[in-house]
Design a protein. Structure first.
Length: 122
């Protein structure tokens, strides 16, 4: 009986962790503040100077309908996964010469927080 109770506590703790992590991931990290100047994240929201980033993870680069991308990004053949986003966010113009995104995020921890947040948007 004690073993079942312990397993139930572990299960409850695990579920609570998943719920807490989901809630945290949907709150934009402070590092995302600079991104908001150009990017919207609302589901089906209008793009700004940059494309809407809702659902960007897993999407091919330059594929959001209705947004006019640079020729460089259109020709990049990138798919936005953790590694590609990390390299692009670190130095956009180095990863895709000719992109219109002018600023990067050199801090790896801030990039990781941004990517975690982007992955939570669906």
């Amino acid at each position: 009986m004690r073993r079942v109770a312990n397993l139930n506590l572990i299960l409850i703790a695990g579920i609570a962790t998943v719920i807490a992590t989901s809630a945290i991931a949907q709150t934009p990290p402070p590092a995302f503040g600079a991104c908001r100047a150009c990017h919207n994240v609302q589901k089906d929201g209008k793009s700004g100077l940059g494309p809407n980033l809702n659902g960007v993870v897993g999407r091919p680069a330059a594929s959001l309908p209705g947004f006019t991308y640079s020729a460089a990004l259109k020709g990049s053949k990138l798919r936005w996964d953790d590694q590609t986003l990390d390299a692009f966010l670190a130095a956009p113009m180095k990863k895709v010469p000719g992109t219109r995104m002018p600023i990067g995020t050199p801090d790896p921890a801030k990039r990781a927080a941004i990517i975690t947040y982007l992955k939570s948007l669906k």
